[in-house]
Design a protein around this ligand. Structure first.
Ligand SMILES: [Zn+2]
Ligand SMILES: [Zn+2]
Length: 265
């Protein structure tokens, strides 16, 4: 199996070395790991960036790729924190770099981040969802240099509400986002970390995956969003079973920013 969303200690919120991640992933029988460490510019409106040394990153991945070539395939990806005003900067930074996979995720809206910022202080639940999906749509309308959208409905995870809003509240805009992605030849990911965070579903939820299938979406990467060496491939058998039950016959991973389709047996 191919895990396309894995963090290492190049991300500030992970302590796992790439080597530990690879060793554990081999034990689990994974065929390929794509490291996608965080790169979030201007995420909190206080001139803070969450970045890493790109040159050191490629150097490390290249050496591990050689070292592990007979045991597991190592790919170089990145998880961008997308906001509408950052597209041009990301394009300039990354257009010539040999990433296998660029995963675009939204972690902040209007320079207020969900995790520790005050995004939820000034919005009720409905407003929070509305602002998140509106900005997400704007970001992917104006930015092209990525292959898949990360954890589409991640807003459900944050804000401390008792329950997520029902899908009917945001289905219309979400379907517009899915249509736009399909038109542009981009995919979404099935991110299995929702279960780890205590939600009852993956990101995105089953009803969104169903809509994606119905709209003709074919590119779907599988990612654990693991931040620990032991977390790769988590819930993949369950995820594949779900995809199969919805009608998907394959999932995808990316190499040189081109999709590879893996049959679901
Ligand atoms: Zn993320
Ligand atoms: Zn992530």
């Amino acid at each position: 199996m191919f895990d396309s969303h894995v963090h290492s200690n190049f991300s500030p919120d992970s302590k796992a070395s790439m080597k530990e991640v690879l060793d554990k992933s081999i034990e689990k029988g994974l065929q390929s790991i794509c490291f996608t460490d965080h790169y979030d510019l201007d995420y909190d409106g206080k001139n803070n960036d969450l970045t890493f040394d790109i040159q050191a990153y490629f150097k490390k991945i290249d050496s591990l790729r050689d070292q592990y070539q007979d045991r597991i395939e190592v790919r170089a990806g990145i998880e961008l924190g997308l906001q509408p005003h950052l597209g041009q900067r990301y394009y300039t930074l990354f257009k010539d770099l040999p990433f296998d996979f660029i995963l675009a995720s939204v972690h902040s809206v209007d320079r207020e981040d969900f995790f520790q910022g005050n995004f939820f202080d000034t919005r009720n639940q409905q407003q929070a969802y509305e602002d998140y999906f509106t900005e997400l749509k704007q970001s992917i309308t104006t930015y092209d240099h990525f292959q898949a959208l990360g954890h589409t409905d991640v807003i459900k995870r944050y804000g401390g509400y008792a329950k997520p809003l029902p899908y009917t509240f945001y289905r219309e805009i979400l379907r517009e986002i899915l249509r736009l992605l399909i038109e542009k030849g981009k995919g979404i990911e099935l991110n299995t970390s929702g279960l780890r965070y205590g939600l009852e579903a993956f990101h995105p939820s089953t009803e969104i995956l169903r809509d994606y299938f119905e709209l003709g979406g074919e590119i779907l990467t599988l990612g654990s969003d693991s931040h620990q060496s032991t977390g790769t491939g988590a819930y993949f058998p369950e995820a594949l079973k779900l995809l199969k039950s919805l009608g998907f016959t394959s999932y995808s991973s990316f190499k040189n920013q081109q999709p590879i389709f893996h049959r679901i047996d």
